[in-house]
Design a protein. Structure first.
Length: 228
């Protein structure tokens, strides 16, 4: 006799929490996320469907496989994952669980998701992040990004939180966390906090270019010549 699991028919999509690394396409036109475990090799968008990471043809999630998106019920459980060294640069995602799902003690394994909110942690220097900058690694066609303040950009490829939200699309909201005055970023418009972050980003890039020009000027003053 086969044991049948109870079926749920919620009136609204359940909410879950997970962590992921933000990524930017190599041409800078798209933004998304990549997982921190099995599905880390497959970047996904704000609205995405899961597939079996082992290449099997069954629908995800399958009861006899561990494929599908994963999330936990409790926000604090997901935040605790950010304490490990390899996950310090990840962001916290609040997602809607859509379609088929399997419920387990801590969360869900499911077929389709919509990311509603991405919370970005502080820069490595401890300052509230105003941008997402090249983390120094990536996937084919995608650069991984990490939280950064304007002072730590140093010429790296970067996007402001507002720009990342616009590139990701589908109504994603990006917020700066870590106890700062949270600046909600909607994909369809910019407010004063977002414009201030954009200005800080531009100023940091200008400072870097000026320092490079100064170095070139010093080299030019030295000059070269032929001894008589």
């Amino acid at each position: 006799m086969r044991l049948r699991l109870p079926e749920e028919r919620p009136t609204e999509p359940p909410t879950g929490y997970k962590i992921a690394h933000p990524v930017l396409s190599h041409d800078g036109t798209r933004a998304g996320f990549t997982g921190v475990s099995l599905g880390g090799a497959l970047p996904y968008g704000v609205v995405a469907d899961a597939s079996c990471v082992y290449g099997l043809r069954h629908q995800a999630p399958h009861r006899r496989c561990d494929c599908g998106f994963h999330c936990v019920h409790d926000r604090s459980t997901a935040e605790a994952l950010l304490c490990t060294a390899e996950h310090r640069a990840a962001v916290l995602l609040e997602v809607s669980v859509i379609g088929r799902y399997l419920r387990f003690e801590l969360g869900f394994r499911y077929a389709r998701q919509r990311i509603r909110v991405a919370t970005v942690g502080p820069c490595t220097c401890g300052t509230v992040a105003s941008a997402l900058a090249d983390a120094g690694w990536g996937r084919p066609g995608w650069r991984a990004l990490a939280p950064s303040c304007a002072g730590c950009l140093r010429g790296r490829t970067s996007v402001s939180l507002a720009s990342f939200a616009r590139l990701a699309g589908d109504g994603l909201r990006v917020v700066a966390g870590s106890g700062a005055a949270v600046a909600d970023v909607a994909a369809d418009g910019l407010g004063v906090p977002e414009l201030a972050a954009e200005a800080a980003l531009l100023q940091a890039r200008l400072d870097w270019f000026q320092s490079q020009l100064a170095k070139l000027g010093e080299r030019g003053e030295g000059g070269t010549g032929d001894a008589l």
